[in-house]
Design a protein. Structure first.
Ligand SMILES: Cc1cc2nc3c(=O)[nH]c(=O)nc-3n(C[C@H](O)[C@H](O)[C@H](O)COP(=O)(O)O)c2cc1C
Length: 291
């Protein structure tokens, strides 16, 4: 599992003056804030009303990634930088609000393979029909909806413009965050972008690319797996690759030209090379033991 920080956009959908959405959004971020700190999650609240997104006005299909308007480019950058989403949504006429549908329609690949959770509110249905409506749309964008949800029945959950203290609701909200973070980590390999033109590897779906210092955790694990056999065969642990820390690996990755063989975010093999005058030094040739 990755140890990188998870950035979660908390999206407030309603834009009406005096809307309940901001109140529910504030309750949510305050409620899950401490858990977010524990999990290394950065919560970024955003109100769709602040984005100034008109009804979709881009000429090209969003899958092209060609965005002429600044508002689209800004929204694209925000969604791209996020690892997951919690949508705070009302139910309007048994469905999601048009603001949410419009914000989803604007973009394409920025959403793909990221988890999305819902905190809904409404009258008798507590906004759940809005969530069901949204779920069928978000899956088209390769967003992955959570099973956990929070649903507030306004008459029970809200009093004098505030969300009433309720241990069950707090538990549900923390449950949404927990599941979102697990999925965000699990989906990371799916999000790794294979740039067109990268040389394919020997296994279907695999590809090679240059290793960079940020690959240090994966390289460290691969080294320790690979050189264990050599340690056993030679009856010695005096093998540098077995002892290097992620920090030391990070250092040499900055100076050697190392190439990795990847599939679905897993580093399957590597080799490194470095030129000194007219000599090429080649080493650290390793492949995961199971392959
Ligand atoms: C246009 C509109 C449609 C609504 N439709 C529903 C509905 O289908 N189901 C429901 O439970 N509540 C419905 N409501 C009531 C909302 O749940 C309630 O007004 C809520 O506060 C709306 O969220 P907001 O204040 O963040 O806009 C509707 C409200 C509006 C303004």
């Amino acid at each position: 599992m990755s140890t990188k920080t998870v950035r979660v956009l908390v999206v407030i959908c309603s834009t009406r003056p005096g809307a309940l959405g901001p109140t529910v959004g504030k309750w949510l971020t305050e409620t899950i804030g401490p858990r977010a700190v524990d999990l290394g999650v950065e919560l970024a609240p955003i109100a769709l009303g602040d984005l100034d997104l008109p009804f979709l006005d881009e000429e090209e299909h969003p899958s092209s990634g060609v965005y002429r308007h600044e508002h689209t480019q800004r929204w694209s950058a925000m969604v791209d930088a996020a690892d997951g989403f919690i949508v705070v949504t009302p139910e309007y006429n048994y469905g999601m609000p048009a603001t949410l549908k419009n914000a989803l329609d604007y973009l394409g690949r920025e959403w793909a393979w990221k988890p999305i959770g819902f905190v809904s509110y409404g009258n008798t249905s507590a906004g759940t029909r809005s969530v069901q409506h949204a779920k069928q749309v978000v899956t088209t964008l390769r967003l992955v909806p959570l099973g956990s949800t929070v649903a507030l029945r306004i008459s029970d959950a809200v009093k004098e413009g505030r969300v009433r203290p309720d241990a069950a609701l707090v538990g549900a909200a923390v449950g949404v965050l927990d599941e979102l973070v697990r999925l965000a980590h699990a989906l990371r390999p799916m999000r790794e972008r294979v740039r067109p033109g990268l040389p394919p590897g020997p296994l279907p779906g695999s590809y090679t690319r240059r290793l960079v210092p940020d690959d240090a955790p994966e390289v460290t694990v691969l080294q320790r797996c690979c050189w264990l056999d050599e340690a056993l065969v030679n009856d010695t642990l005096a093998i540098p690759a077995l002892h290097e820390s992620p920090e030391q690996v990070r250092e040499w990755l900055a100076t050697w030209h190392a190439t990795g063989l990847w599939r679905d975010g897993r580093l399957l093999g590597m080799v490194r090379a470095r030129r000194t005058d007219t000599d090429w030094h080649v080493g650290r040739l390793g492949v995961v033991p199971d392959l």
